[in-house]
Design a protein around this ligand. Sequence first.
Ligand code: HEC
Length: 228
Amino acid sequence: MFEKKSGILLIAGVGFFAFAFLSNAVIPILMYRHLPEKTVKQVVNGNVRYQFEDLAQRYPAAFEKAYGQPPADPQQAGEWYDEKCAEALEVGRKVYIGEGCWHCHSQFVRPVSNEDRRWGPVSQSWEYQNRLQRPVMFGTRRVGPDLSREGGRRSNDWHAVHFFKPDMLSPKSPMPQYPWLFDGTPDQPNTRGLALMTYVQWLGSWLESYPYYEDYAPTPIKNIVATE
Ligand code: HEC
């Protein structure tokens, strides 16, 4: 058997299978077994909470319709926002999957091709150790940009208008329109719209380098010389 081509191929096949199992399953399990998987509540952090409360202020009627009113007591209100934010993240992730966003967007900044210069810090394994990454949304291809560092990069109202009709902000964008995430106009996001915005603002919110859009100052256009 070992002298035959088929024997060699069989042994090579079994060998490669065993090697893949070792490198893709056994080693990662051994490396990360000390990292407990975080629940959705545990991944709510100050940054995403900030964006969630921003949604409450920007779209008070839509927000109240989706989540009700926070308790008057400030401490209870804090817990209430945390809870609703976790709920929004879970729904937002479902909308992201259901609408097929992952067909066009990846969530993994690779350590190659200077991707970090375009999208921010290279993705690390620990970032995926939570319930909202089950299964991971690595995506299949990139028609649009990677979204793993999208949180805080744009304001909520930017996202609302962009989801409603992408080419209002990005001329000739091939991204589809999602009018069903709204009760009519882009300033009336529905429960799924609010949830999707929360989810997108969550992406990368766990990093210290999370940007706030308030810091965003458009570069003034200099040296424009009037020409006749
Ligand atoms: C057919 C491919 C396609 C699909 C499906 C798609 N997008 Fe996009 N998306 C793009 C492209 C291309 C861009 C870049 C142009 C633009 O800004 O519209 C983009 C841009 C974005 C941006 C802005 C990124 C930035 O900061 O510049 C966000 C956020 C986004 N998409 C989220 C989503 C979400 C959420 C969904 C699902 C509801 C989705 N996309 C579905 C192709 C797609």
